[in-house]
Design a protein around this ligand. Structure first.
Ligand SMILES: *[C@@H]1O[C@H](CO)[C@@H](O)[C@H](O)[C@H]1NC(C)=O
Ligand SMILES: *[C@@H]1O[C@H](CO)[C@@H](O)[C@H](O)[C@H]1NC(C)=O
Length: 624
């Protein structure tokens, strides 16, 4: 409770509605600019000029009273946060449109990580003590990676820090009307297309106080690391320079950004071709500030809203890639075409024909017996499409029945014949797996990395101890990737559709597709993917704007669709056919007839047994 009160005392939050003050403010400014001798008036004028450059919605004042900025508060009339101890104790999610007024060069001692991050892009105005040099102050701020800093001293000198320059600051005219006449320096030209906002005045002679410092980085190295996981980010050896360079739809984003802001991409010295990096290792480097931008993708599933990730770059789904169902064996085709319902209908038809045949012989039921009905020799042969002897001098009725049997036999035999021949030319496929239950009952195992399995697969699916063996956990993620890249069809792999695009591209050069991407069995149907960046990356916003621009122009799509072919072109990968299609068979072998032969043997055996039984029957009962 006491700590809470202390915190309350530390920053007193002034929030006042500004409408009235605003009006007064403009009126007063007009008046003051005619008498610019008073430092207070000049300061207000300066702050108004900053607002003209880019609007601000919150003021943050670092430093304790007495301080010139506190005296201005009534005139400023904006929501203001006073941080008299130089640091905020709680996480503040300041907007990037804050203006920081700092009472002296040491007043800002922000310790809070989140506040630091939020205020990194904000503009700062420091009231410089007489004995301080602007160089030192700029240097100190640059070391903290805060670059939007301007200083004003008691005499009325205005300085603004500039990165990437011999002298790390410029002196600007405090008086607005003077500065219109000042010949603009080359610095204004730094405001390339990236920074239209701060250049809102668009007067070429207007010297902006805050410029986009990183619009021209003058060769500053950006430390990047590709994960070398497939075509999204890979390393290749450029023969013309003899250096390793990176390509892929993630790497291209970084290299094109570097080109845009005149920076260079710096890779590890000991980088080599095809050395895959695990995502966790890259993330570790990012967290240790050893990398600026990592060419890998992190999901919002793993990280949620995270300060280490950029704005989402791509979206994807995360489903399974499943082997294309195999063709059925030829010998199974015989059993496949005998559908129980059709066979049942045929048997009923046979019985009806038998009854009709028995009746129409004499137009009465005298010849009827069970055996005659069930095993009517002529009907059986007729229906199976065999020749059978016509009875001598048949009646009209009998002739009609025989005609019917012949027609029925033509229909059924033709039907089965065509069925069989079609299937022999194009054998049907096994069942497509449409649900997780199907997968669990199939002959395939799901291959997953142990680390991911725990919260991806097991959370999503109802795995019990009885079916858990259907999942194969890999400790070695490289082994798993190798299996997937070589299209080993003993397993089912979880894969993002982003990655699937490449695999699909690769499959186009196979003799037949090996896998298909299942839209039915998914772990997540929508995930957002972003690039990991260092926490206090000072050009994070520029990079994010670059991401959006690349998306907007559709260049990302182009990169993605080209990525695999690009890899082949740069000889990092080759077009290998990992499919193993069965050779189309021209002839039938005896083994293909196994089922039918077994059926034939069984029927013969049955007939022999019947015959033996009949013999015994005659012997026992003496029937001649
Ligand atoms: C998982 O399966 C068990 C047994 O089949 C069932 O009792 C349970 O409700 C299922 N849980 C979910 C979340 O589907
Ligand atoms: C697929 O992987 C399994 C297990 O590692 C192996 O036994 C099998 O031979 C592989 N199949 C092919 C076609 O490489």
């Amino acid at each position: 409770m006491a700590a809470g009160l202390d915190a309350m005392q530390l920053y007193i939050l002034f929030i006042s509605l500004a409408s009235l003050c605003h009006w007064l403010h403009y009126v007063q400014l007009k008046h003051w600019s005619e008498h610019p001798n008073l430092p207070k008036d000049l300061l207000l004028q300066l702050i108004e000029r900053i607002r003209l450059e880019r609007d601000y919605d919150t003021l943050v004042i670092y430093g304790s009273e007495p301080c010139v900025f506190h005296e201005l508060l009534p005139q400023l009339g904006l929501p203001t946060v006073l941080l008299s101890q130089g640091s905020s104790w709680e996480d503040w999610s300041f907007s990037s449109k804050s203006l920081l007024l700092i009472c002296n060069s040491n007043a800002e001692q922000e310790q809070n990580r989140r506040t630091l991050l939020k205020l990194q892009q904000a503009r700062r105005l420091v009231y410089l003590e007489p004995e301080k040099q602007p160089t030192e102050v700029c240097e100190a701020y640059f070391q903290r990676e805060q670059v939007n800093v301007a200083m004003v001293d008691a005499v009325g000198n205005l300085y603004s820090c500039r990165c990437f320059q011999q002298e790390n600051y410029v002196q600007l005219a405090l008086n607005l009307s003077d500065s219109y006449q000042t010949e603009s320096t080359a610095l204004v030209n730094l405001n390339s297309d990236f920074d239209k906002e701060s250049d809102s005045n668009s007067n070429p002679h207007y010297d902006a106080i805050y410029v986009e410092q990183f619009a021209n980085m003058r060769g500053l190295p950006i430390r990047a690391e590709p994960d070398q996981n497939g075509p999204r980010a890979f390393v290749y050896h450029k023969p013309s320079t003899g250096e390793y360079e990176i390509k892929g739809y993630l790497s291209n984003l970084i290299t094109s950004f570097a080109e845009r802001v005149n920076a260079t991409v710096k890779l590890r010295d000991d980088i080599g071709l095809g050395q895959k990096m695990h995502f966790n290792n890259i993330m570790q480097l990012v967290k240790l500030n050893q990398l600026d931008i990592a060419a890998t993708l992190a999901t919002t599933m793993d990280f949620g809203r995270n300060d280490y990730l950029t704005y989402p770059y791509i979206h994807s789904s995360y489903c399974f890639m499943i082997p294309v169902p195999a063709q059925l064996d030829y010998k199974e085709i015989y059993t496949l075409i005998v559908q129980p319902l059709v066979a049942g209908v045929l048997i009923v038809l046979f019985l009806i024909f038998s009854l009709l045949y028995i009746y129409s012989q004499d137009l009465n039921w005298r010849r009827f017996s069970l055996i005659e009905m069930l095993l009517n020799d002529r009907c059986l042969r007729g229906l199976l499409g065999h020749a059978f002897p016509m009875p001598a001098q048949p009646s009209r009725h009998l002739k009609a029945i025989c005609m019917l049997i012949c027609f029925a036999s033509i229909m059924t035999t033709t039907m089965y014949e065509s069925y069989l021949q079609t299937y022999f030319t194009h054998p049907p496929h096994e069942m497509i797996l449409r649900s997780f239950e199907d997968i669990l009952t199939s002959r395939y195992k799901i291959a997953v990395e142990r680390e991911r399995a725990i919260h991806w697969v097991f959370e999503n699916f109802n795995l019990t101890t009885t079916n858990a063996h259907r999942v194969l956990l890999f400790d070695d993620w490289q082994e798993l990737l190798r299996l997937r890249e070589t299209f080993n069809d003993s397993f089912i792999y979880p894969v993002a559709d982003l990655h699937w695009l490449t695999l699909q591209e690769e499959q186009k050069y196979f003799r037949g597709p090996v896998f298909y991407y299942s839209e039915d069995v998914c772990i997540k149907r929508f995930i957002l993917l972003a690039l990991p960046v260092r926490l206090h990356l000072p050009y994070r916003q520029l990079f994010e704007r670059h991401i959006l621009a690349m998306q907007e122009f559709g260049i990302l799509q182009f990169w993605m669709h080209n990525s695999f072919n690009e890899m082949v072109r740069l000889k990092v990968d080759s077009r290998m056919d990992y499919s193993h299609p069965e050779e189309p068979e021209d002839q039938l072998y005896v083994r293909d007839l196994t089922n039918i032969l077994i059926f034939y043997l069984a029927a013969h055996l049955l007939a022999c047994i019947c015959f033996v039984l009949e013999l015994c029957w005659a012997r026992i009962f003496g029937i001649k």
